[in-house]
Ligand binder design. Structure first.
Ligand SMILES: [Zn+2]
Ligand SMILES: [Zn+2]
Length: 426
């Protein structure tokens, strides 16, 4: 689903599939842009089997039920009769049909484990993408050819997530994400250095007598940030109360329950027990004070209107003692994208239903993306040197940078920027 739009506009181009009978839907991970309209697609393609990893299914269940609640509230705000796009009951029924799959194990589209030498049927296999809990890249084998879709990927370790482990075998067609295609990594950047810079910035914000708002995705960025703050506490650098949203708490609980299963760093860290964050929700956010000396790590990451981070930002944006720190990707046109590039004293409208405000709070950017750097995406594509590379999941400038670079570095490969809604012969 498109994170920037609402209602029917946010749906993927399902019309393009109208006359097709889909055999299988293979889900890379549970971020909203990937699973947000899954029940709608399943309704229109009732025969399709649906495959994902076990953590992805647990998280998707929580996120989709949360979406139903959000859409039900928006139904009145927006006056859209399309909402909710699906119900709690339909979400339960959809989830009953999901089949969970292990990593690094080929399956047929019937959901059976495929023999290693199966050249007859179409098979797929999940690989750890190092992006968020449960995230995968997907290897599809058909007609003696191999297609690999990266999903959203990170080739470097984060604080919790370990770097992706992707296939090194011969790939004919690579479908690759381009999120950070227009963001160069500064030569001096290191995760350790960036963590130090964040710690200092939080310390300075508290010295100014204010609080810090960090808009984060409920899935992934919240848990990575909590783990970072845990390290600050453990190393006795900083210790302070932390606030998160109710949805983030539910997903952190899944991280905690699965801490010892599968690959991750800090496997003994129980985020909720160790950090004891205060939990805010759609009701309590309206009375929540901006208390000095506290960090508010609230979703949504893009500060979409009416979400916790948006409501809280509107409370502090015109006050010089408070701070807003950005730690990951935000669509340039989203409220987070607008605020992160706002100049001091500029007027911004964070919610179209509310008056514009003057930006007087302190704003800083940090680079803790859950997505691969463009340099590592290029290196991966060049190592595989596939016959075709299909560029997806990027703003136009990001896709164009990747296209130009790959076209010059891989002259024997066809570099494809697919047109939405147009069938592509692979
Ligand atoms: Zn993602
Ligand atoms: Zn995504």
């Amino acid at each position: 689903m498109h994170p920037k739009f609402q209602g029917e506009e946010a749906l993927p181009n399902l019309k393009a599939l109208r006359d097709l009978r889909i055999e299988a839907i293979i889900v890379s991970h549970s971020h909203q842009d990937h699973i947000g309209t899954l029940p709608v697609l399943m309704r229109r393609q009732p025969q399709a089997r649906v495959f994902m990893t076990e953590p992805t299914s647990e998280i998707s269940n929580v996120l989709l039920h949360n979406s139903v609640n959000v859409m039900t509230r928006q139904r009145e705000d927006l006056g859209t009769t399309f909402y909710p796009l699906f119900t709690h009951r339909e979400t339960d029924r959809a989830a009953d049909r999901w089949q969970t799959c292990a990593l690094r194990q080929p399956y047929t589209l019937a959901g059976e484990r495929a023999p290693a030498s199966d050249a007859e049927s179409v098979t797929f296999e999940f690989f750890d993408a190092g992006h968020v809990l449960g995230s995968t890249g997907i290897l599809i084998r058909a007609e003696n050819r191999a297609i690999f879709y990266t999903g959203d990927v990170n080739f470097d370790d984060q604080t919790i997530a370990q770097a992706a482990v992707f296939p090194e075998e011969k790939i004919d067609i690579l479908i690759i994400e381009c999120t950070r295609g227009d963001t160069p990594v500064p030569a001096t950047w290191s995760r350790k250095g960036e963590e130090q810079r964040l710690a200092e910035a939080i310390g300075n914000a508290f010295t100014r007598g204010g609080c810090v708002l960090i808009p984060v995705f409920a899935l992934g960025k919240t848990q990575e940030l909590l783990a970072m703050l845990y390290k600050l506490r453990r190393e006795k650098i900083l210790d302070f109360p932390i606030y998160i949203g109710g949805l983030s708490a539910k997903i952190s609980d899944i991280y905690d329950r699965r801490a010892q299963m599968g690959r991750r760093q800090l496997p003994r860290l129980q985020l909720l027990d160790e950090l004891r964050p205060f939990v805010l929700n759609a009701e309590t956010i309206h009375d929540a004070q901006a208390r000095p000396g506290r960090v508010y790590a609230l979703s949504s990451g893009m500060m979409t209107a009416k979400t916790l981070s948006n409501i809280f930002a509107r409370r502090i944006v015109d006050q010089p003692r408070h701070s807003v720190f950005f730690v990951g990707y935000a669509d340039p046109e989203s409220p987070a994208g607008v605020l992160r590039h706002a100049l001091p004293d500029q007027q911004v409208t964070l919610d179209p239903d509310q008056p514009a405000q003057r930006v007087r709070c302190h704003i800083e950017q940090f680079q803790f993306s859950a997505h691969a750097s463009r340099e590592s995406l290029i290196a991966f594509a060049e190592r595989l040197a596939p016959k075709k590379v299909v560029l997806v999941h990027g703003d136009p400038l990001a896709v164009e940078w990747m296209r130009a670079r790959l076209a010059s570095d891989l002259p024997d490969s066809e570099i494809i920027v697919p047109t939405p809604g147009v069938e592509l012969e692979l």
